[in-house]
Ligand binder design. Sequence first.
Ligand code: SF4
Ligand code: SF4
Length: 468
Amino acid sequence: MASKVQTSPDEFRDHISTVDEHGKRVWVYPKKPKGKLYDYRKWVSYGLLTLLFVGPFIKINGLPLLMLNVVERKFVIFGVLFWPQDFFILVLAFLALVVFIILFTVVYGRLFCGWVCPQTIFLEMVFRRIEYLIEGDYTKQRALDKMPWNTEKILKKGSKTVVFLLISFIIANTFLAYIIGIDALKQIVTDNPMNHLGGLSAIVVFTGVFYWVFAYFREQVCTIVCPYGRLQGVMLDKKSLTVAYDYGRGEPRGKFRKGQERTEGDCIDCHQCVQVCPTGIDIRNGAQQLECINCTACIDACNDIMRLIDKPEGLIRYDSEEAIAEGKSWKLFTPRVMGYSAVLALLLLALSALLIIRDNAEATILRTPGQLYQKTEQGTVKNLYNISVINKTNTEMPLTLKLLSSDGTIKVVGNELVLPAQGIAEGVFFAEIPKEQLTGMNSEIEIGVFHNDELITTQETKFLAPAK
Ligand code: SF4
Ligand code: SF4
């Protein structure tokens, strides 16, 4: 629990809980949580961690499940390859994601932070549990930190550092696998290190960053850095679901006295909810505090107390501010939710349509700079072109080119065009069209790019000819 000096009832809203009045960090020693919701969260985290670590090994049609290669500007989402040329689809997908996040947050508050966010899962379900295992519960951790450096402290702190570094190293490799792909990562690990100095440096830097975040920076990510956390104030309203204290039932709080009839509210001021809080706040100060990541540890802690004093569970529970204030039940559908849902549905529809009509390849055909046209003895006109084709699949494709807008022929200069898997093919070709088919000095022609007689993409370009 963080120690705090409070000067007014609302003073806690003036600064974050982990910074004292002198601006210094207050280290949070949360009590080890336990309870039904904590157990559910453990199971959810096992599933998500398995998905995260197995993800880089899963391939769909030879392509990764997810790869965000910002270095080579190549993105694979659910086995579908996107190039910078697909930028508009990615922008639409990003917009749909933003609307989804807003919609989800308006309805379910910070459910994501408590149950799904990788920061919470790694910190609370991996690093913190290892810390409890090595250093003991919060009182022992505090005592260990105050202790002078002796054998016990060196052993405990040393072994924790080694385990934390090892896990950070595994996370760093997984993170890199999502950027460059598992095959490139395997090469870095197995090949001569001198050939992969950049990749190896990235692993070292990522390991250091993850270690620093989970060993030192911790809840500050949620309270200071995370933009999603900072935006809660504008996304949540009184109807949003949140972890809330039922002050109507709990106040006035007062100590529990065994055998005496209770005249106060149900809160016995035992501070168990505060002691388990990983961000060092008191949920009784009010719902929707900036630091609350909705981790549910205080719900479990309070339910334990309620059972002990023979009161109904749920003094702290998932509910909306409005429902707590008015004693109403929480509502899922509000006009704002329906409005966002309509926008989200439209965006998803547009996104699906773009994905369905998206070509497997994309060609750029431009007249070769500095070249005019050639007249032939057979009464045709020739133009020289440069072609560049991008493959958005994982299959190699030999290509043929055909004129679609008029009769005529196309002759590729040099070798046949072969489009490598996930790669780019570049070449030069002549388009030859009978003079009588040309409408003017600068006509528009359409060229089809075929693979095995199947039209995979088309491109329009200009064709120059002499005046008639
Ligand atoms: S755990 Fe429950 S009873 Fe104890 S202080 Fe918190 S709200 Fe009150
Ligand atoms: S107030 Fe409760 S739900 Fe919020 S962060 Fe603290 S323990 Fe978790």
